[in-house]
Design a protein around this ligand. Structure first.
Ligand code: NAP
Length: 494
């Protein structure tokens, strides 16, 4: 199935691009499904200029009315959930059940952020002088730039665009070139919901061209980026030069700790879901299992048994549990880490190969893979592989488990399986990640909580939750003096 070539969306118009286009490939089959513009920096300038004008009016629309728009967006997404999920699987490869979950996340975000239209809380607080009133309010920032990855092409877009829009900003959004269809669909939904022209603009194209032009543009006041740590670092460096606010959500190397008193069957089920769901291509995917030596053998045996039951194939077929890898480069990166793991002396006990053959067409499939007896300092224990590969790291104690968990440069998600309430509380205090799960795997964030990580995963900001509003607003402190005379703070206080 070849869909029509995708246009950019600028100033409420669908603009056919006359320059170079890239094929969008279905990772399950290797077939081209559509083509996407490789826009230029000129396209970015056009989008920013229109967004700048639109933002001024949009900021004047009362926030509860902006919220009404997001309710309509959520409603249309709900009505269209199955269609969106199928298109998402088509361009990204994740299995249809997970695609439905991702679309649902976007729907939840729409309704949650719509409600913010009637909150956007600031503070009122007593002033230190008589007959004086003090308060703080959130102000929109202006034109904001969103740069998003391919692994959650609609959920992450909603985590960023909905808070930006409810707060009164205008958006220029560059989706990942691999997964532009969700962006096209979401822009259509905004249009149908009645978003004024120019408030949301979608510019397709390479990060090195379109992304760069956004980072460089003086009228884009905020960059909100999700992607690899490498790209995030270079974006942050540029933003620093321009004194531009930048929110970064980057890589992860997430671990599940299984203690000697854990419910092993629950841990096995959770590891399978966290490690091999989305073929290990979630930022929160579990790629390390830190296991107490007393239960290592049992856990390993049960994992190997259960991994054999995972069905691998085209995610559009109901019942498939593991879909393809996004592209050939992703596949090659995973393969290279299998070689690295073997060289480092970890024991490969399951999987480890690319899957070819008629069942897999020209798609990009990799076997669910398990290394055991990995050591804390091996590259497979430290670096993000972004595929269905897990390393089992045996430890002797709770303290060692925490140390191994915290030894990586990333800090997104962590999890512990234990029945000991004391360890639960110590773990949630000591695990150095932005998200901690107890007796659940490393994935499963809910949209009304902050999402993001510490260390090399982030730079202190959060997506989703009410905290996302901090990225897209400035705090303004307001003092109203109704005393009719000059009152000097810190000086005229009696
Ligand atoms: P990526 O290569 O860094 O790309 C992410 C986005 O940045 C894409 O839209 C890409 O554009 C763009 N980009 C690339 N180079 C750029 C540049 N120089 N300037 C501006 N933009 C640029 O990451 P990915 O491979 O798509 O995504 C996987 C990574 O994202 C993993 O590391 C994963 O852990 C991370 N991730 C993190 C979170 C989180 O919340 N912490 C969530 C999801 C994913 P093109 O690809 O179109 O060129």
């Amino acid at each position: 199935m070849e869909l029509k070539k995708l246009p950019n969306y600028i100033n409420g118009e669908w603009k056919v691009f006359s320059g170079d286009m890239a094929h969008v490939v279905n990772p399950a089959t290797g077939e081209s499904v559509t083509q996407v513009p490789l826009s230029t920096s000129e396209t970015v300038r056009e989008a920013v200029a229109t967004a700048k004008v639109a933002q001024k009016k949009w900021a004047q629309v009362p926030a509860p009315i902006r919220g009404e728009l997001l309710y309509r967006v959520g409603q249309i997404m709900m009505n269209r959930k199955e269609k969106l999920a199928k298109l998402l699987t088509l361009e990204n490869g994740k299995v249809i059940e997970e695609a439905r979950g991702e679309v649902q996340e976007g729907i939840d975000m729409a309704f949650y952020m719509a409600g913010e239209g009637r909150r956007l809380f600031g503070q009122t607080t007593p002033a230190e002088l008589p007959n004086k009133f003090a308060m703080s309010v959130r102000s929109p920032i202006g034109v904001v730039g969103l740069i998003t990855p391919w692994n959650f092409p609609i959920a992450i877009a909603t985590w960023k665009s909905f808070p930006a829009i409810i707060a009164g900003n205008a958006v220029v959004w560059k989706p990942a070139t691999e997964t532009p269809i969700m962006a096209y669909e979401l822009a259509q939904i905004f249009e149908e919901a009645g978003l004024p022209k120019g408030v949301l603009n979608v510019v397709f194209g390479r990060g090195s061209v379109v992304g760069d032009a956004m980072v460089e543009h003086p009228d884009i006041k905020v960059i909100s980026f999700t992607g690899s740590t490498e790209t995030g670092r270079s974006i942050a460096t540029e933003c620093g030069r321009h004194l531009k606010k930048v929110s970064l959500e980057m890589g992860g190397k997430n671990a599940i700790i299984v203690m000697d008193d854990a419910d092993i069957e629950l841990a096995v089920e959770s590891i399978l879901w966290s490690a091999f769901g989305t073929s290990g291509q979630r930022c929160t995917a579990c790629s390390r299992v830190i296991v107490h030596e007393a239960v290592k053998e049992t856990l390993e045996k049960r994992l190997i048994e259960e991994m054999k039951t995972l069905t691998i194939g085209n995610g559009l077929e109901e019942g498939i549990k593991v879909g393809p890898i996004i592209n050939q480069a992703g596949l090659e990166k995973i393969e290279s880490y299998i070689a690295i793991g073997k060289e480092e002396g970890a024991k490969l006990v399951a999987g480890g190969s690319v899957l070819n053959g008629k069942d897999y067409a020209e798609g990009f499939y990799f076997e669910p893979t398990l290394f055991t007896d990995a050591k804390i300092d091996m590259r497979i224990s430290q670096e993000e592989i972004f595929g269905p590969v897990v390393s089992l790291i045996p430890v002797k104690s709770f303290e060692e488990a925490i140390e191994v968990n915290n030894s990586v440069m990333y800090g997104l998600s962590s999890s512990i399986f234990t029945r000991d309430v004391n360890r639960v509380f110590a773990a949630q205090r000591d695990l150095d990640t932005g998200i901690v799960y107890v007796n659940a795997g490393t994935t499963g964030a809910e949209i009304h909580l902050p999402f993001g990580g510490t260390k090399g995963t982030g730079n202190g900001h959060r997506d989703s939750g009410v905290q996302a509003l901090d990225v897209f607003t400035e705090w303004k402190a307001i003092y109203v003096d109704y005393s009719g005379k000059l009152q000097r703070a810190q000086i005229d206080v009696e």
